[in-house]
Design a protein around this ligand. Structure first.
Ligand SMILES: [Fe+2]
Length: 309
């Protein structure tokens, strides 16, 4: 059975709703200034909408969203993001995890769980903190983790602490025994030297130790706004780690001069085609999005991440 999984990330949904002055009394002030300076001109809903339309036309079996749906974790943004999630499909076929922008200030996680929970909960539908959650879909085990947490101004770090590592390891063991293709979703990239120090994943080596011992077939992340394919050690060989660029950024040549993030490509999503069985998985990846000069979505690259021996 062929299973097709679409991955997108870092939506940073705009436009920013009107902000009450009270809501700016926090880390949000720096975030708001930053957003006004850097993001407003570079992010266009038109690209996001066209990208999502292209992705939905491909009729993936499931969609993974690895965080940063919003900018400042305002309640109004979160409502907008809930409505946007619903445009992707029903909550059973869309799995999301939070990013640092979704958990921008203390208390944001509570709002997220209130508004986004159907898209961020396991098959067991437990109450309380759902992370890590497990969803079984066809031959896949989708494991959603939360690396987002409120930080000091100018920081965009995430964390992966020992309790979450312990719980995730248990899910990895269980689903390996069930013969499933295990996909771990995390907002922050968990490979070495993945980001600037102020944006890093605290507990990144803990994450890698967990994978080295318990394994996984694929790790998906966002946060960098850059396309990347890395690999870390698993118990039976390398485990691919795939980062997808932001789903809402204009191509480079259509961004304002003031845009400083020149390395970041235009909006993209990845589509994975997975079939096979333990010891003989095949996983192929197609990258779709806007190249410089593009007005429409096209296939940018194809690669094989795993193939049977
Ligand atoms: Fe992020």
């Amino acid at each position: 059975m062929l299973f097709r999984l679409a991955h997108l990330s870092d939506i940073h949904l705009g436009p920013l709703p009107a902000i009450k002055r009270r809501e700016l009394l926090s880390k949000r002030i720096t975030g708001y200034a930053n957003w006004r300076l850097n993001r407003k001109g570079a992010m266009h809903d038109g690209f996001l909408d066209a990208l999502v339309a292209h992705m939905l036309a491909a009729k993936p079996d499931h969609i993974a969203v690895t965080g940063d749906l919003v900018n400042l974790a305002l309640r109004e943004e979160m409502r907008l993001a809930r409505a946007w999630l619903e445009t992707l499909g029903d909550a059973d076929s869309v799995s999301a995890v939070p990013g640092n922008h979704d958990t921008y200030v203390p208390g944001a996680l509570k709002d997220i769980l209130e508004l986004w929970r159907p898209f961020m909960s396991g098959d067991d539908a437990a109450d309380g903190n759902p992370f890590p959650y497990l969803r079984r879909r066809g031959p896949m085990a989708l494991i959603g983790t939360n690396s987002g947490r409120a930080t000091m101004p100018f920081m965009a770090t995430g964390s992966f602490r020992s309790q979450q590592a312990y719980d995730t390891a248990r899910l990895l063991d269980k689903t390996r025994d069930e013969g499933l293709f295990r996909i771990v979703m995390i907002h922050h990239p968990p490979f070495e030297n993945a980001t600037a120090w102020s944006k890093r994943l605290i507990g990144s080596s803990r994450f890698r130790m967990m994978i080295a011992e318990h394994g996984a077939e694929l790790v998906l992340h966002g946060h960098t706004h850059i396309d990347s394919v890395e690999a870390i050690d698993g118990p039976d060989g390398l485990v691919p780690i795939v980062g997808v660029p932001s789903a809402s950024v204009a191509p480079r040549d259509q961004r304002p001069e003031s845009d400083t993030a020149k390395r970041r490509p235009g909006a993209r999503y990845n589509l994975f085609a997975i079939n096979g069985a333990p010891g003989g998985w095949r996983c192929q990846m197609e990258e779709y999005g806007f190249r410089d000069g593009d007005k429409e979505v096209s296939l940018i690259a194809e690669r094989t991440l795993q193939s049977p021996p």
